[in-house]
Ligand binder design. Structure first.
Ligand SMILES: [Zn+2]
Length: 270
């Protein structure tokens, strides 16, 4: 799942999104989903694209979304060695419809989530935030496809999705602001314990707790990427999928226990 509230810009995002949903509410989607297929995806799309765009507006949008998903697919293979074989279903909703249907599932505003199908809060064009959500949710879908019944701890699933999303957007590791925020949280004893981050999902967390959980999970994956090099992340995920055992995969690939990893990150932040 991808939260719409990021730690560093929570207030700004909330203000912007309130305005965005106010404008989209008037147009409405017709509930008649366009379906379009690419090599690895089936896209269902029902965003109310304004009349000026017309049919060609929708068509162009769908082609852009599928092209972006295929780019993300190749990147995910390159970075994480994950390459789902069956076609993945992706539903892009009109923002107002998405909020009306799914707001109750989470305690914080969601931009998308995966539950067998990738469901995304859409836009009328392929924006950078939408691209990032597509990258993010693809990680969840690919991990599920690689190990369908494995319950992946949320810090691995969400941290991996955040890391991949940001890495593909050109970001390398924690920003100075994120590092300072985490260091402050660590000083005040407000970081989550690893046990809380190891639940299957952060969906039940309140907005502030969730934004800390996402950032801390990203920091854990970033720590692994810096410790072993980015290529080792793919080895580790392959070992996790093969052994179905998180502790074993960390020990085998990084020679680390979970507690060591947690302590190493906290040491870096202190
Ligand atoms: Zn997620």
């Amino acid at each position: 799942m991808r939260s719409r509230i990021r730690w560093a810009s929570a207030a700004l995002a909330a203000a912007g999104l309130a305005a965005a949903s106010a404008t989209s509410a008037g147009r409405g989607a017709d509930g008649d989903f366009d379906q379009r297929t690419s090599a690895h995806f089936v896209l269902y799309q029902d965003v109310a694209i304004d009349e000026a765009g017309g049919f060609h507006g929708s068509l162009r949008f769908e082609q852009q979304v599928l092209a972006e998903l295929e780019r993300a697919y190749e990147a995910l293979d390159r970075r994480f060695g994950l390459r789902p074989l069956r076609k993945l279903d992706v539903v892009v909703y009109d923002p107002a419809v998405f909020d009306a249907h799914f707001a109750g599932l989470f305690r914080f505003p969601a931009a998308g989530f995966y539950g067998g199908v990738i469901r995304v809060r859409g836009d009328t064009r392929l924006t950078e935030p939408l691209s990032r959500v597509l990258h993010h949710e693809l990680v969840h879908a690919a991990l599920d496809a690689a190990a369908p019944s494995l319950v992946v701890p949320a810090w691995v699933n969400e941290g991996g999705a955040e890391w991949f999303e940001m890495r593909e957007a050109g970001k390398r590791g924690l920003s100075a602001g994120e590092r300072n925020a985490l260091a402050g949280l660590a000083r005040r004893g407000e970081l989550h314990e690893l046990g809380a981050l190891s639940a299957p999902s952060f969906a039940g967390m309140a907005p502030r707790a969730a934004s800390i959980a996402y950032l801390q999970s990203y920091a854990l994956i970033d720590h692994l990427a810096r410790r072993g090099g980015e290529r080792k992340l793919a080895q580790w995920l392959a070992e996790l999928v093969r052994s179905r055992h998180l502790e074993r995969s960390l020990r085998r690939v990084y020679r680390l226990d979970l507690a060591d990893l947690d302590a190493a990150l906290r040491r870096e932040l202190s």
